[in-house]
Design a protein around this ligand. Structure first.
Ligand code: MSP
Length: 642
């Protein structure tokens, strides 16, 4: 079975940012995993270069459009190359073979009667490259998706009979419940289709930067609508309408997209494919939107995160891990250096890195770096059993692209390893002359690390290769088969010393202040700096604190403490957080339960009287006593306080 995986093709009107890197990392992780397990894999990425938006951006930069597109497209390609993204093809919609394929597809749809000529009257949002009927606009003018002003368009246009595909699309969603991932996004697509589909204008006459209509139509006033052109990249990359050599890779297994372009992929694209009599992709995986410290990223705010800066400062694999672990696939995520640092120090350095360091140290001390797995089953059948059940549970998360759950589950292996070391204390066994038992524990840990790294390879390719080198095996399909599929243990093997993989990080490594600052903001920022000297903070400093609306779901007195209450506060995450607060003199547990509070949500967890506290409540205290700060009206749990 082949596994064809794609990213969206990126518009060439600006440089890659962290959101683009995210989709590309996930797709790369899936592609690498797929190759490791021995599947035929094809991974496509590229750039989307036509349309009014690009034409206008080039004009603003006083460059010929093609030259402008060449330059920006190269910045994407170079970045992916520096990031070692394992794409098999980087397609550009200005590639001649792509244009030929698009024209061919247009011809086929036209010949079938799915495209007809008419007149378009309505509004167009250049930023979203989308037409909107008047009824959908905000205040008769603004784009319902991005809020920008739209322009009124009245022009001759070819239309695709999208309205005729409503029933077939609905039937398809019904029959393929996992077509749209995560499944929670399915309904929004279904409801959109049920709301009625208008025929889609698929050509424009008001600008020229696009694929021309096929010669057979003899109509050179028109160029193709950029989304028709762009979506077709997924098949023109395989040679559709040209040299069709790779078309046997179709249908794609998964198109990764951001939630903002789900509609194009889950409605228009399937309808185009139905019209072309081609099978539909198996999945559309729609991820959420990344913000920075709670703020939408935009050039004008100057708070765009440059993935290269972050990768250089913190390590590329660490960045990949953080992005895939931190945010449930499909949900919006926030990029904060604090959260990133916590993940590095706790998950990577403590859980994984320490285990590796310990095993290197112990194997050196006890057996001159030679490990033999023959006694593992004898002394560690319990751990082997636990390890197997974790490993067996992983595929279901991968199938649904729940990368954060996948990694969370995978990390249980390191707990099993760390527990085994504590319970079996190999250093005691050595002292007691039970060397075979001590070495069995060391071998167990080495096997845990080996198996875990085979399953972590897609997400952290370079790191896992280093772990494999340290443990004396290779990241290869052969070892995947032996250690994961056949559940074997490594035979006798030699440990190689490697430097610690995850040095701890104490402070943010890149400037919190926006990097590329627009001129207009520069003066402002200089003013801010001046103000700093007066003990004022910048807005960025303020946004380092994540404040959220929480609901107290449980409250208890802490015995022996005059001041402390132990609360469970729901801040919209998987489970409530425990907050230990010094408010006992002012509130009873009963009057707190079911009330809303304001929580500082990104404080380093601390221990108070031995109890973990994972947040702080906002309160004001004066000589009259203490009062919690609460929203004036109840707000949705987890809402950010700005
Ligand atoms: N060119 C179209 C896609 C055509 S695919 C046939 C496009 N390009 S884009 O450059 O604007 O966006 C590419 C991808 O980046 C989209 O999936 C979009 O969701 C994603 N992101 C852009 N900003 C983002 C964040 N801030 N966070 C996460 N992803 C975001 O759309």
């Amino acid at each position: 079975m082949s596994n064809y995986i794609t990213t969206p093709i990126y518009y060439v009107n600006g440089e890659a940012h962290i959101g683009h890197a995210y989709t590309t990392f996930i797709a790369d992780a899936i592609a690498r995993h797929s190759r490791l397990i021995g599947e035929e894999t094809y991974f496509l990425t590229g750039t989307d270069e036509h349309g009014q938006k690009i034409e206008e951006s080039a004009a603003k930069n006083s460059k010929p459009t093609q030259e402008f597109a060449d330059e920006i497209s190269a910045t994407f390609k170079n970045l992916w190359d520096e990031f070692n993204i394992s794409y098999d093809q980087f397609i550009r919609t200005t590639d001649e073979h792509h244009k030929r394929g698009v024209q061919k597809a247009f011809e086929v749809m036209y010949a079938k009667g799915d495209i007809y000529k008419g007149h378009y009257e309505g509004n167009y949002c250049v930023s979203c490259e989308t037409f909107f009927p008047k009824t959908q606009l905000i205040d008769d003018e603004f784009c319902p998706d991005c809020g920008r002003s739209t322009s009124t368009v009245k022009e001759e246009s070819y239309f695709f009979k999208l309205s005729e595909y409503e029933d077939r699309l609905l039937a398809y969603y019904e029959a393929h419940p996992d077509f749209i991932l995560p499944k929670s996004r399915r309904n929004e697509v279904i409801n959109f289709v049920k709301g009625g589909l208008h025929d889609l204008s698929v050509t424009r006459t008001s600008f020229t930067w696009g694929v021309k209509l096929p010669k057979s139509l003899n109509d050179d006033k028109h160029v193709m609508y950029v989304w028709l052109d762009a979506l077709l990249n997924y098949i023109t990359a395989l040679g559709y309408g040209d040299d069709e050599a790779k078309m046997d890779l179709w249908p794609a297994n998964i198109h990764f997209v951001g939630k903002d372009i789900l509609r194009f992929h889950a409605i228009y694209w399937p309808a185009f494919l139905m019209s072309l009599d081609l099978p539909l992709p198996k999945h559309i995986g729609a991820h959420g939107w990344w913000t920075r410290d709670g703020e939408k990223m935009s050039k004008s705010k100057g708070n765009v995160i440059h993935p290269k800066d972050v990768a250089e400062a913190y390590g590329l694999d660490n960045l990949r891990y953080f992005m895939m672990r931190e945010v449930p696939f499909g949900q919006d995520g926030d990029f904060s250096q604090r959260a990133f640092i916590d993940r590095i120090n706790s998950d990577l350095s403590n859980d994984l890195g320490n285990l590796l360091n310990r095993i290197i140290g112990m194997s050196g001390k006890y057996s001159e770096y030679i490990i033999d797995s023959k006694d593992v089953e004898k002394y560690h059948s319990k751990e082997l059993q636990q390890m197997k059940s974790v490993l067996d549970s992983l595929d279901k998360y991968l199938d649904e692209i729940q990368m954060h759950r996948y990694l969370e589950e995978l990390w249980k292996l390191f707990s099993i390893g760390n527990r085994a070391i504590e319970e079996h204390a190999p250093w005691v066994k050595i002292k007691n002359g039970q060397k075979d038992q001590a070495l069995a524990t060391v071998a167990l840990i080495a096997n845990i690390l080996a198996k875990a790294s085979l399953r972590l390879h897609g997400v952290m390719p370079e790191t896992t290769k280093k772990i494999a080198t340290a443990l004396g095996f290779e990241m290869s399909s052969r070892y995947y088969k032996e250690l994961i599929l056949d559940d074997e243990l490594l035979n006798t093997f030699t440990i190689e010393k490697v430097p610690p993989l995850f040095p701890r990080v104490d402070e943010p490594l890149i400037a919190e202040a926006p990097k590329a600052m627009p001129k207009a903001d520069k003066q402002e920022s200089e003013n801010q700096e001046q103000k700093n000297e007066d003990n004022l903070i910048t807005i960025d400093k303020f946004f380092e604190t994540s404040l959220k609306i929480g609901l107290v779901v449980e409250a208890q007195e802490v015995a022996k403490s005059k001041k402390l209450l132990k609360l469970q506060v729901d801040v919209g995450e998987d489970k409530p957080r425990q907050v230990v607060a010094g408010i006992k003199e002012f509130y009873s547990p009963d009057e707190l339960v079911d009330t809303q509070v304001c929580v500082v949500a990104n404080l380093k967890p601390a221990k108070l009287m031995g109890m973990l506290s994972e947040g702080m409540l906002l309160a004001a205290k004066d000589s009259d006593g203490l009062s919690l700060i609460r929203p004036e009206k109840p707000k949705k749990i987890g809402t950010d306080i700005k």
